[in-house]
Structures are given as structure tokens and as C-alpha cells.
Write a protein that binds this ligand. Structure first.
Ligand code: NDP
Length: 447
């Protein structure tokens, strides 16, 4: 088996040189899915995973725009259309200086499995730009978004490819992108999700990824006759996913101790309650400030510049910032401090070494493609509402989100439960996500 896996990995690797994030994502899937393929005749010999590891299409384009000093800026835009076997390409746009093809291919590959897990008809895609919105004025961000969409619009559409937000792309950016698409096409369609509620956005979409991670974490704990109540939680990030993960943890009676951004983390020994979280939301979403300002308002808290929160003693850790933010050393410290559960809010935030340690110690570990699927699931519900020209209430969307997260947890059990009763959620999510896409690809022939 080892030989088959390493032959596959070296073949993919030879075609994708200098793409470490993409290879990391493909390797993790190959290690769990290839043994399954080998045991199942319908998949064996079809090169199905090799086909899934090759994007159907990759677009790269120039984004030229003029800044407030009237200087011309040039960024690079991308869209990776990874897999459309089960529905139109679907996945977010990321605006961050670290964006490159390796990062977007890893995200698009993960997205294909994640979207399949939701059971909604969505293929996998991802896109973005190396543009850094930080420190830019609203009008600069608008001009950038308009230039980006002017190139992208002819490649997307409600039945072709439906982008959404990700790091650096929130409701402001989605609004500007949507406005430019509508102007260029002279059409009002659900071409983007994460839109404002006044122009076709779904209620609960901003909350969905964070809430979904916590619903999934709740399911894992319940499976072990445990719950979130009274648990000490550390969260990294302070953006969209982190904020709503914190909100749901607080609502369910847990104590959230930390939040972070790229400048460091804050630790509040009394816990971050709803009022303190409202301060963080205003600080990050409206004032576009830094998390360190928290201690000016709440002096009992502390701020550690340039550090990550993993040293803080907790029962549950929810990494919600970015890929590879929690490594083997961090995992070791978390385990020594008694952590029993990890719910990935970000995409691939834990390194392979960290995941190995969590699995070896048999603690609960939820991979992002399962636990953070709530965001794209509600995006799928937004697409359905747009097609129906109808809006569901907050309660209706929240109930549907919860049901989807419970179903994803069940799918992970179906394929990931071992004889000893331990659940390998990585294996479970990868195989469950694979089966639906592979079946559709086989039915559609070699295309
Ligand atoms: P936001 O841009 O809203 O927030 C990102 C947060 O992470 C910010 O606090 C940011 O700090 C921090 N961060 C980003 N890059 C780094 C870095 N290199 N080092 C340290 N901190 C960093 O993004 P989201 O909350 O939307 O996304 C967070 C993660 O969740 C990503 O991995 C994304 O792919 C994933 N995700 C998001 C979904 C969504 O619906 N939004 C859906 C599923 C997954 P700073 O402000 O200083 O940059």
C-alpha cells in the first residue's frame, strides 16, 4: 500500500513543483483515500484521484488599479476551477499578500471534498489575489474589486462558478464585487454568496462557518458523552470565523479565553463574554483595528505580541486564522496541558505533525473540510434562496445548518469509526467526501 501511495504522490508532485501547501493537502487525502480505492473495484484502476488532483481549469490575470495617490498598482488575480462533477464550482476568494497558486490549489482541492460532504450540489473552486486590503481606503478597495471583477466576470455565473468570501474578503468586498458583476452583465443573479441581506444574501451566512464549527465540535463531544458547557476554549484569529465561533461557544456556556490576529494574541482570564465580543466585532469589522487594542478597554487581559495562543491551558482549541498555524510543538504543549478536542475553523490550520500527535493521543480532532463546512453549506442555501427568489428566516437557516453539521458528523462516523471505537475524522471526512464526487465522475465518463 505504501508503495502505491508514494508512487501517486511522486506523480502529482512532479507536476506541481514548488507547491508545498497543495502537496500537503493532496498527501493527506491520498494516505486515507487510496487504501479505500484499492479495496473497491469500481474506483480501482480509474485514476480517479489523479484526475481530482488536476484542476479542470486555472485562470490567472492582471489586476491593474489606481490608488488614492493616483499611482498605478498591479496585482495578480486567480480562479482555480477544480472540480464540477457534482455542481457549479463553489469556493471563496482570498485577498492576502501570501496568496499564490499553491495556496489556492490546496484550498480548491479541500473545497471539493468539503462541498461534497455538505450533500448540496456544489463543485470545488477557489480564487483570490495577492492584494492586501489592510491599510487601504474604502475607495481603493472598491477600485481594486471592480478591476478584479472586470476580468473574472466572464468566467463565473450562477450555473458555472459562484465565488464567496475568505480571508480579506468580507461583506464590503462582496458588495463591491457584486455591484461590478451586475453592471457588466446587466443581470441580477446569485453569482456570489455572502451578499448583504438587502440584495439577496442569506441570513446566518456571516455566522455560518463559526457556528458550524461549534455545532460539529458539540457533536464530537456528545459522541463521547461530553459537552461544551464550562469548557475552557482557546480560539485563534479574530476575523469572521473566529468571531462567530466565539459567539456560539459563549452561547453554549463555554469560556472563551483567547483571540488573535497576525500581530499577536489576547488572553482574558475572566473569559470573553458577549459584551466584550461586541467590542471586538466593532474593532475588527468597522474600525479595522488590531486585536491588541482589547487590553486598553479590558486591562485585566494581556496581549502577547507576535505569539500564538496555544500555550494557554484549555480543554478545547479552535484554530480560526490560517493554514499551518498550529505545528507539532504547539500540539505537544496543548496535549500536555490537557486539551481533549480540536475543531479546525480555518482551512488546514494544523500541520501534519500536529495531526499525527492528536491522532496518536486519541483526542478528538475535526479536520476543517468537515468542521468548517457550515459556511459553504449556507452559501449553498443562499444559492437555493436566490433561485427561488425567496428568503428563509434566521431560525430556518440555523436549523438547516445544524442539521447539515450533524449529517457531516454522521458521515465521518460511517467511514472513520475504527474497531476500537476511536473515530478517525480525517479518514472519515476524506472518504465520505471522495465517494460522491468519484461516483459522479465515473458516471460522466473521461472528461
Ligand atoms: P478573516 O479575514 O475574516 O480573518 C482572518 C483572521 O486570521 C484575522 O484575524 C487575521 O489577522 C488572521 N490571519 C490571517 N492570516 C494570518 C497569518 N498568516 N498569521 C496569523 N494570523 C492570520 O478570514 P476568515 O475568518 O473568513 O477566514 C479564516 C480561516 O477560515 C481561513 O483559513 C479561511 O480559509 C477559513 N474559512 C473561512 C470561511 C468563511 O466563511 N469565511 C469558510 C471556511 C473556512 P489579521 O487581521 O492580522 O490579518
Amino acid at each position: 500500500m505504501k508503495e502505491i501511495i508514494s508512487k501517486f504522490i511522486s506523480e502529482v508532485s512532479s507536476k506541481n513543483q514548488n507547491e508545498p501547501e497543495f502537496m500537503q493537502a493532496v498527501t493527506e487525502v491520498a494516505e486515507t483515500v487510496i487504501p479505500y480505492i484499492v479495496k473497491h473495484d469500481i474506483y480501482y484502476g480509474q485514476n480517479i484521484l489523479l484526475r481530482m488532483a488536476e484542476p479542470e481549469r486555472v485562470l490567472s490575470f492582471r489586476v491593474a488599479w489606481i490608488d488614492d495617490k493616483e499611482e498605478i498598482q498591479v496585482n495578480r488575480g486567480y480562479r482555480v476551477q477544480m472540480n464540477s462533477a457534482i455542481g457549479p464550482y463553489k469556493g471563496g476568494l482570498r485577498f492576502h499578500p501570501s496568496v499564490n497558486l499553491s495556496v489556492l490549489k490546496f484550498l480548491a482541492f479541500e473545497q471539493t471534498f468539503k462541498n461534497s460532504l455538505t450533500t448540496l450540489p456544489m463543485g470545488g473552486g477557489k480564487g483570490g489575489s495577492d492584494f492586501n486590503p489592510k491599510g487601504r481606503s474604502d475607495t481603493e478597495v472598491m477600485r481594486f474589486c471592480q478591476s478584479f471583477m472586470t476580468e473574472l466576470y466572464s468566467h463565473i455565473g450562477p450555473n458555472r462558478d459562484v465565488p464567496a468570501g475568505d480571508i480579506g474578503v468580507g461583506s464590503r468586498e462582496i458588495g463591491y464585487l457584486f455591484g461590478q458583476y451586475k453592471r457588466l452583465k446587466n443581470e441580477f443573479t446569485g453569482v456570489l454568496t455572502g451578499k448583504g441581506a438587502s440584495f439577496g444574501g442569506s441570513l446566518i451566512r456571516p455566522e455560518a462557518t463559526g457556528y458550524g464549527v461549534v455545532y460539529f465540535t458539540e457533536q464530537m463531544l456528545k459522541f463521547r458523552d461530553n459537552s461544551l458547557k464550562g469548557k475552557k476554549i482557546i480560539i485563534s484569529g479574530s476575523g469572521n470565523v473566529a468571531q462567530y465561533a466565539a459567539e456560539k461557544c459563549i452561547q453554549l456556556g463555554a469560556k472563551v479565553l483567547t483571540l488573535s490576529d497576525s500581530s499577536g494574541y489576547i488572553m482574558d482570564p475572566d473569559g470573553i463574554d458577549e459584551e466584550k465580543l461586541a467590542f471586538v466585532m466593532k474593532l475588527k469589522n468597522l474600525q479595522r483595528g488590531r486585536i491588541g487594542s482589547y487590553i486598553e478597554k479590558y486591562p485585566k487581559a494581556s496581549f502577547r505580541s507576535g505569539e500564538k495562543p496555544w500555550k494557554i491551558t484549555c480543554e478545547i482549541a479552535i484554530p480560526c486564522a490560517t493554514q499551518n498555524e498550529l505545528n507539532g510543538k504547539d500540539a505537544d504543549i496543548l496535549l500536555k496541558n490537557g486539551c481533549i478536542c480540536i475543531g479546525e475553523g480555518a482551512n488546514m490550520p494544523c500541520t501534519p505533525e500536529a495531526i499525527q500527535l492528536f491522532k496518536k493521543n486519541k483526542i478528538l480532532f475535526a479536520p476543517g473540510k468537515a468542521s468548517n463546512a457550515g459556511g459553504v453549506a449556507v452559501s449553498g442555501l443562499e444559492m437555493a434562496q436566490n433561485s427561488l427568489r425567496y428568503s428563509w428566516t434566521r431560525e430556518e437557516v440555523n436549523e438547516k445548518l445544524k442539521a447539515i453539521m450533524i449529517d457531516i458528523h454522521k458521515s465521518c462516523l460511517d467511514y472513520g469509526k475504527t474497531e476500537s471505537g476511536y473515530v478517525d475524522y480525517v479518514k472519515g471526512a476524506n472518504i465520505a467526501g471522495f465517494v460522491k464526487v468519484a461516483d459522479a465522475m465515473l458516471a460522466q465518463g473521461v472528461v
